[in-house]
Write a protein that binds this ligand. Structure first.
Ligand SMILES: C[S@@+](CC[C@H](N)C(=O)[O-])C[C@H]1O[C@@H](n2cnc3c(N)ncnc32)[C@H](O)[C@@H]1O
Length: 398
């Protein structure tokens, strides 16, 4: 066994072993200890690669590990392709390397390198066999998906800020301050007086949320039937994109949007442009320090709760519960931890993202359900969804 690095405290020599948690837990713990010991053995690794039944597993693990090492570079290839509008350029049809380099006014060698990487990552496809300046490139499956999703493009572009904070991930984990690039971007996360944030401070994040909201709204609309409701309050409703999507589907409903003053000004403009002024009301203020509008029979909290620490969330949920009329429903949707098939979304991506932001965390559905019950809500449950990737949806009743 190798010596421990200096920054790790050695265990006390009289380490207290954990109490046995039952026969099955004990067998499982012994098996995992045996497996870990095997995985560390060079001989076992060689055997796993040579034995036909374990070979595919060993290969898959090796590829997964390499993907983890190289993931940052993959992201940079994607960012470069988005910044150069490569997918837009190829949306009209395939082009040769020479034509692409000419249109980008870039060195063909450098462009060739980017195209090669983008093909390997399924962002593009090579459409002719020979390699050279005449090689033609077209959209790949993933490149086409990025092109058709303005929200995704906006997310990819804003990651440049997140990468600044991640340049030293250990330093990032060792601090939790407001000096980070991400904390500056999400100004309300660490602000003492969020209501006083001006237009410039909210503009970028509000535009990003507006661009990415249609993907989220689609998922929520597919999981809940709004037809029994007359009036929805969208708390922290941003620029009003979610309300606009629900309004288009349910023409008899009315809506109230509460958000910080600089954000509701943007929402009011959107509602005016969409001809929704008669059916909507914008309430500027902070949902923690100002009164929450009453009279809605449905309240939505979309991608709001995960931005805040537990004490803040409990205060908000209790206040919300008091403001709601008996029988009114609460719809809470956001990415949630421990989601099968989507673990990296909330448990890796959002966990680190919210840490960099300086407030909030990814919570499991059962944690959120417990918080809702503690705040007084009844019949709190997880709604069934087709694709619980970006958000999961909870419903509770006042
Ligand atoms: C992550 S965004 C989500 C926006 C929108 N619900 C969506 O899904 O697109 C969080 C929203 O909460 C708002 N917000 C943050 N703190 C707030 C507060 N104290 N009072 C009211 N709104 C707040 C922000 O301005 C922002 O619009």
């Amino acid at each position: 066994m190798s010596a421990l690095p200096e920054h790790i405290e050695p265990l006390p020599t009289t380490q207290v072993l954990r109490q046995d948690e039952g026969i099955f837990a004990s067998i499982k713990a012994r098996f995992l200890a045996w497996r870990d010991a095997q995985l560390l053995q060079r001989r076992f690794q060689q055997w796993a690669l040579s034995f036909p039944l374990t070979r595919p597993i060993a290969r898959r693990q090796a590829v997964r590990l390499f993907d983890l090492c190289a993931g940052f570079i993959y992201s940079q290839v994607l960012l470069a392709a988005v910044r150069l509008d490569l997918f837009e350029m190829l949306s009209q049809g395939p082009l040769s390397l020479q034509e692409i380099a000419k249109r980008l006014r870039m060195n063909p060698d450098a462009v060739g390198r980017l195209l090669q990487a983008a093909v390997a990552l399924a962002l593009l496809e090579q459409r002719s066999k020979h390699a050279g300046l005449d090689t033609r490139y077209g959209l790949g499956m993933l490149g086409a998906s990025v092109l058709s999703s303005p929200g995704l493009k906006a997310m990819i572009q804003h990651h440049a800020l997140f990468y600044q904070d991640l340049a030293d991930p250990v330093a990032l984990l060792q601090s939790r301050g407001s000096e980070r690039a991400m904390a500056g971007y999400w100004a309300y996360a660490t602000s003492e007086k969020p209501s006083e944030l001006h237009d410039v401070a909210v503009g970028d994040y509000s535009a990003l949320m507006a661009a990415s909201q249609p993907m989220v709204a689609e998922e929520i609309l597919a999981s809940y039937n709004f037809s029994k409701h007359q009036h929805m309050l969208d708390l922290g409703g941003g620029e009003g994109v979610f309300i606009a999507q629900v309004a288009a589907r349910y023409p008899r409903m009315r809506f109230t949007l509460m958000d910080l003053p600089a954000v509701t000004r943007r929402a009011a403009l959107r509602f005016e442009q969409l001809g929704l002024t008669q059916r909507t009301r914008c309430v500027p203020g902070s949902f923690l320090s100002d009164p929450i509008p009453t009279a809605a029979d449905l309240v939505s909290l979309i991608r709001v709760v995960h931005d805040h620490d537990d004490a803040f969330v409990m205060q908000l949920l209790r206040k919300l519960h008091q403001s709601m009329t008996p029988g009114a429903k609460l719809l809470l949707a956001e990415p949630m931890a421990q989601t099968r098939g989507a673990m990296p979304v909330a448990d890796a991506y959002f966990a680190m993202y919210l840490w960099a932001m300086g407030s909030g965390r990814s919570r499991r559905p059962d944690e959120l359900l417990a918080m809702l019950r503690e705040a007084g809500f009844a019949r709190a449950r997880v709604l069934r969804q087709v694709m619980p990737l970006q958000v999961r949806v909870l419903l509770a009743e006042r």
